[in-house]
Ligand binder design. Structure first.
Ligand code: IMP
Length: 196
C-alpha cells in the first residue's frame, strides 16, 4: 500500500521506513507539492498529530499518518512535553528548533536535580479511507548529566532508556527502533495496517 507520512524530518522518515520495510511505500508531503510548514499548534501530542494528518488528508485525499513526540521530564512536571521542539525558543533561550539549545536548557534546568526520570511519548494519527485512528508509544528512562553519542537526533544524546547503559545517540538505529517511543507506536500502526 501507499501512504503519506506527514513529516519533513529525514531522520524520522528513515526510522519509520526502516520499521515498515516493504509493507508500505511511504511518501512525504513534499512529494505531493506540499512544501509549507504544516501547522502544529495544539496543546497536546494527540491534537498535533491529528492536526498534521488532517492537513495532509484535506490537501491530498490520500491515506496518511503523522506523529508528534514529546519528552516528559518528571522533575519538571512533564516539561518540555508538547513544547519539546521549541523548548529553548519558548523560554527565550534560543531561536527556532535548535536541538543544541533545547538540550542545553534542559540540562541547565536539571542541574543539581537528583530525580532524572523522563519518558519519550509518541502519538501517531492515521487517516485511512477517511477514518481517524491513534497509536501511542512510550519509553521510560533518564536524562544523563551530559551529552554522549552522535547517532540519532533531537534529545537522543541526553536520553538513556531503562535497561541500557548507552544513550539513544550511542545506539545503532536498529536498536533504538526496537525499543523507542516511535518504534513502539509504529509497531502498533504496522500491526493495525497488516491485520485490517
Ligand atoms: P516532533 O515530534 O518533531 O514535534 O518532535 C518534538 C521534539 O522532540 C523535537 O525537538 C525533536 O527533535 C524531539 N524528538 C522527537 N523524536 C525524538 C527522538 O526519537 N529522539 C530524540 N528527540 C526526539
Amino acid at each position: 500500500m501507499k501512504i503519506v507520512f506527514a513529516t519533513g524530518n529525514r531522520n524520522k522518515l528513515r526510522e519509520v521506513q526502516d520499521l515498515i520495510g516493504s509493507r508500505a511505500e511511504l511518501s512525504t508531503p513534499a512529494d505531493h507539492g506540499i512544501t509549507e510548514d504544516i501547522p502544529e499548534n495544539q496543546p497536546t501530542l494527540e491534537g498535533n498529530a491529528l492536526q498534521k494528518a488532517r492537513y495532509i488528508y484535506e490537501k491530498t485525499g490520500l491515506n496518511c499518518f503523522a506523529d508528534d513526540t514529546g519528552l516528559e521530564v518528571e522533575a519538571l512536571n512533564g516539561e518540555p512535553g508538547v513544547y519539546s521542539a521549541r523548548y529553548a525558543a519558548v523560554n527565550g533561550a534560543g531561536e527556532g528548533h535548535s536541538s543544541e539549545a533545547n538540550m542545553a536548557l534542559l540540562l541547565e534546568r536539571l542541574a543539581g536535580v537528583e530525580n532524572r526520570r523522563a519518558r519519550f511519548r509518541t502519538v501517531i494519527a492515521l487517516i485511512l479511507d477517511g477514518k481517524e485512528y491513534l497509536f501511542e508509544g512510550i519509553v521510560n528512562g533518564e536524562i544523563t548529566a551530559e551529552r554522549s553519542g552522535a547517532e540519532g537526533f533531537g534529545y537522543d544524546p541526553i536520553f538513556r532508556p531503562d535497561g541500557y547503559a548507552e544513550t539513544f545517540a550511542e545506539m545503532p538505529l536498529e536498536l533504538k527502533n526496537r525499543i523507542s517511543h516511535r518504534g513502539r507506536a509504529t509497531a502498533k500502526l504496522i500491526e493495525f495496517l497488516t491485520n485490517r
